[in-house]
Design a protein around this ligand. Structure first.
Ligand code: SF4
Ligand code: SF4
Length: 189
């Protein structure tokens, strides 16, 4: 099952990187409100898993004593799927830097400086809610955390990633099957 999940994720990342994200970055495509409305009910399941993840990570009490090593390095962690969540939640100040995450070696290839993620408030943690964080920041587990995870935590993380993937697939299908429209050109352009 893990192998199937891995293949599914690679396909998903490639669809995002090679098809959906270039359209979004070009500024020539948009996602109509009717498509967003169809996707909105899917947030309930995703957000209920985010709540469980938040509870689990806070009970583990590891991140509070850490300087946020995983938030270091200025690079985009956001994908088109996170962008859709931002549209659906009406995030006031969505990230400007990019919505394009390389399917492989994303940390190295997306990195643009040695600084910190702009959403990190040093000593306090992430300033974005769980629901508006990049997906990778919701399920990511560092080596230090990995050592203290019990079987129940591992099970929860597998379920979390599957439910995130399920949401991403629903978005990918909706956008691929006519859910992105070319913006009409203004007259005289
Ligand atoms: S996931 Fe690991 S590196 Fe990131 S803040 Fe938590 S303990 Fe620190
Ligand atoms: S979005 Fe939040 S959790 Fe993710 S790297 Fe930035 S500060 Fe860390």
């Amino acid at each position: 099952m893990k192998f199937v999940d891995s293949i599914s994720r690679i396909i998903l990342r490639c669809v995002a990187f090679f098809v959906l994200e270039p359209r979004l970055k070009s500024g020539q495509w948009m996602i109509p409100a009717s498509v967003l409305d169809r996707l909105r009910p899917e947030l309930d399941d995703l957000f209920s898993m985010h709540d469980k993840a938040k509870q689990m990570f806070s009970e583990l009490e590891i991140c509070v004593t850490c300087s946020g090593v995983c938030c270091m390095g200025g690079y985009s962690r956001f994908t088109v799927f996170d962008h859709v969540v931002h549209l659906l939640t009406g995030l006031q100040k969505p990230p400007e830097w990019t919505y394009r995450l390389y399917p492989f070696r994303s940390y190295a290839l997306n990195r643009f400086d040695e600084g910190l993620c702009p959403y990190l408030d040093l000593g306090k943690g992430c300033t974005l809610s769980y629901n508006n964080r990049p997906s990778v920041c919701v399920y990511w587990v560092c080596g230090k955390m990995q050592k203290v995870l019990e079987p129940a935590h591992e099970k929860m993380l597998i379920e979390l990633r599957r439910r995130i993937d399920t949401f991403h697939w629903k978005v990918a299908r909706a956008l691929l099957l006519g859910g992105m429209k070319r913006k009409s050109r203004s007259k005289g352009a």
